[in-house]
Design a protein around this ligand. Structure first.
Ligand code: ASP
Length: 307
């Protein structure tokens, strides 16, 4: 495999907006959202930003877009609150930052970046994570300002269904957001941000902020960001498994397909993954009815969008 230093790569970004049965009425908004986020991330790469800057920028776009289960617009837990999980990882030095069970911050990914840069730890949760926002220069907000009407209604319906035993605990909205990127120096990075799963128990943490499950980045291979049913994704270590399987003989497209096949066969899990390798080649796979995604790389004039 090539040495990661001093080589040139194709700048590329891949963004996802979740893998699940996205209702028809929500599909256009998902496509527009991932389109915009991929453009913002790619612009960062073209103006000299690093892969790490690009994934943060793309995810921040999705966190303020109420369409997605991240930042404002995230799903509510069993107590009717928004509690966020997010992480970011740099492939050059394997540095990472993560937050979980976080309330009152729109840009959970920015706080994760602050932890990567300033904390002596990789992950902070709950009140400790929120308290670190000041140190990281990240704005806080009232926890209720993250709740949107669509999600309040979804929560009420789901509560009723769960009382009557009709709620599919793994079939709810899973529009976690994520991004992977490769910059012109061949450095890769990954980021994720989510409200987790609808009606999750207080204290539940999904795969999204877990290094190796929700995301992974290593310049020697590539970067990956997962989405879907977190309890299955965690148990197969989906992101590390997929990134680690990228070799000169197995590109990101095949690596993504192989990882999702393992998720399905070993845990009966469902979800998807986006991948980039250190040359800027891209790949993705999902076994859900939909995954909202967009990618853009040097040589392309417009993002390729899918759902
Ligand atoms: N993976 C996330 C979780 O389980 C959900 C998602 O991807 O939408 O928390």
């Amino acid at each position: 495999m090539d040495k990661p230093s001093k080589r040139k790569a194709r700048p590329a970004i891949f963004v996802h907006g979740g893998a699940w049965a996205i209702p028809e009425i929500e599909r256009e908004a998902h496509q527009k959202g991932v389109h915009r986020a991929s453009m913002a991330g790619f612009e960062t790469l073209l103006t000299g930003g690093s892969a790490l800057d690009a994934v943060q920028k793309a995810v921040e776009h999705l966190e303020v877009d109420e369409t997605f289960n991240a930042g404002r617009g995230a799903v509510l837990n069993a107590e009717g609150e928004v509690l966020l999980d997010a992480a970011i990882m740099n492939g050059a030095d394997l540095k990472a930052g993560a937050v979980a069970c976080l309330s009152g911050v729109v840009h959970a990914v920015a706080l994760a970046r602050g932890i990567l840069e300033r904390a002596p730890h990789v992950m902070l949760v709950g009140d400790g994570a929120r308290a670190f926002a000041e140190e990281a220069g990240v704005a806080t907000c009232s926890p209720d300002s993250l709740i949107v009407e669509r999600e309040r209604k979804r929560y009420e319906r789901a509560k009723q269904l769960s009382k009557s035993g009709g709620l599919d605990p793994v079939g709810g909205p899973a529009d976690t957001v994520g991004a992977v990127a490769c910059d012109a120096h061949g450095h890769v990075a990954a980021a994720t941000s989510t409200g987790g799963s609808l009606l999750k128990l207080p204290g539940r943490i999904g795969d999204s902020p877990l290094i190796g499950a929700g995301l992974y980045a290593d310049d020697r291979r590539g970067a990956g960001s997962s989405t879907g049913w977190g309890e299955g994704i965690m148990r197969v270590g989906l992101a590390l498994r997929a990134v680690d399987s990228i070799t000169s003989g197995l590109g990101p497209a095949e690596a993504a397909q192989q990882a999702v096949r393992i998720l399905e066969s070993r845990t009966q899990g469902h979800g998807g993954i986006i991948l980039v390798d250190f040359k800027g080649e891209l790949g993705h796979a999902f076994n859900t009815p939909h995954m909202a995604y967009a990618y853009l790389a040097e040589g392309m004039t417009q993002p390729e969008i899918g759902i």
